[in-house]
Ligand binder design. Structure first.
Ligand code: ATP
Ligand code: MG
Length: 405
């Protein structure tokens, strides 16, 4: 046990203090201890305690039964929730993912033993300092991800840990320790037991980390083929992230999937149950990826009109468009050039009033007018556009008596 002091939020100090005054043991545990020791800002502070859930609830005024059957009570303090979980041992695992039952224990070390990696299995309180029963400190120093106990057993219990190992190696830029790595390769088929949503969350964390290229470990360890056929076909070896790319979900997925083309990109994202908004943005970006466009205002406007402003900004980064295209974009936005039907000087009603038959034709004509305006923004005036639809260029839409007069 090493007496090193970790700065904790006042609320966490308060919760731990109150549990101790109540005669229980209590520690900050897991990710927050790991991140504090690494000098990273912890995402959340979890507390582990010898107190049973009912006892925790008795000690604090505001609590939420988050996962009471697993021993977790959320304690609300200054409107922030802190998860307080009773020391527990996970029972037999039934499906390679979930323990059949959870057994409470009075021993901190038993609770630490059930945790996935040594760096995640440390506890801390001001009174005791760091409790490090599985050499997590040493692994932090050596920058390695190592299972607590036997790696094959631990991955066998819960296959999600396989992806967590790769995810932490990307987020922390740590290597996966040899035995842990070998176990991952051997137990790869078990990944099929993990839900696609959970797989997606972990893969997204890898791509959004500072080391997105570590997505390659998913392939090198042989687990990709148990994730999805489309995912396993991706040309991951060619993956390069342009410098300075934002860490948003859709941006990172697009950077990874653009190499595969829009069809494969969309299939991969559907397999992994990504949300429709992400799928739609990635589809657009994958379709435009790698396309050079001439540095001309009209061409830039035409391309901009195919996507939202945000997606266009991302495309410029992904395709590493030069200064000239960035400058033209700035001018187009400054002038407020019309880029979509919403900003066209005429609408469907105007066309109907001008004698176009209501229906599909309206949409097509509006689209054609938009093309004219994208070519030359000065044309975006009511008179000009209404004049335009009567000109010979619009013959294709004339439908005798029931078309344009
Ligand atoms: P993050 O920064 O992503 O929150 P974390 O380490 O806090 O990282 P959590 O998913 O919040 O990860 O889990 C909190 C702790 O619970 C972990 O540090 C680990 O001790 C334990 N843990 C979480 N998931 C598992 C698992 N699948 N198997 C074993 N232990 C786990
Ligand atoms: Mg956490």
């Amino acid at each position: 046990m090493k007496k090193q002091r970790i700065a904790m939020p006042l609320q966490v100090e308060h919760i731990i203090g109150k549990l101790r005054q109540g005669g229980f043991e209590a520690y900050a545990v897991g990710g927050c201890v790991r991140d504090s020791l690494l000098g990273r800002e912890p995402g959340d502070w979890d507390i582990t305690t010898s107190a049973r859930p009912e006892e925790v609830k008795r000690l604090f005024r505001r609590t939420i039964d988050t996962g009471i059957q697993h021993g977790t009570v959320t304690v609300l303090m200054d409107r922030i929730g802190y998860e307080v979980t009773t020391y527990r041992i996970d029972g037999e695992y039934e499906d390679g993912r979930h323990p059949q039952e959870v057994v409470f224990t009075s021993e901190l070390i038993e609770d630490l033993r059930r945790r996935d990696f040594t760096i995640n299995a440390m506890a801390y309180s001001h009174d005791t300092g760091i409790v490090d029963a599985f050499d997590g400190m040493e692994d932090l120093k050596d920058r390695v991800i190592r299972c607590v106990g036997n790696a094959m057993e631990r991955f066998g219990e819960d296959a999600l840990r396989i992806l967590r190992a790769i995810r932490f190696s990307a987020q922390l830029d740590f290597a996966i320790e040899d035995k842990t790595y070998q176990a991952i390769s051997r137990i790869a088929p078990n990944i099929a037991k993990v839900s696609k949503e959970r797989i997606q969350v972990e893969l997204t964390k890898v791509l959004c980390s500072d080391n997105p290229k570590k997505i390659g470990e998913v392939y090198e360890t042989g687990i990709s083929r148990y994730i999805s056929p489309a995912f396993s076909r991706l040309p991951w070896q060619e993956f390069q992230l342009p410098e300075g790319l934002s860490a948003e979900k859709y941006v990172r997925w697009a950077a990874f999937l653009r190499l595969a083309g829009p069809k494969e990109a969309v299939q991969t994202l559907k397999d992994l149950k990504l949300d429709n908004e992400t799928i739609s943005r990635v589809r657009t970006l994958a379709a435009w990826a790698g396309r050079e466009i001439p540095a001309e205002a009209a061409e830039v406007r035409r391309t901009m009109s195919k996507m939202s402003p945000e997606v266009w900004d991302t495309l410029m980064e992904l395709n590493e468009y030069g200064e000239e295209i960035h400058r033209l974009t700035g001018e187009i936005r400054e002038r407020g050039d019309c880029l979509d039907l919403k900003h066209l000087a005429v609408n469907g009603q105007d066309l109907i009033a001008a004698g176009v038959k209501p229906g599909k034709e309206i949409g097509r004509i509006l689209q054609e007018l938009l093309e004219l305006v994208l070519e030359c923004p000065k044309r975006n005036e009511r008179e000009i556009l209404l004049g335009e639809i009567k000109s010979k260029d619009f013959h294709c839409w004339r439908r005798g008596s029931d078309g344009i007069i």
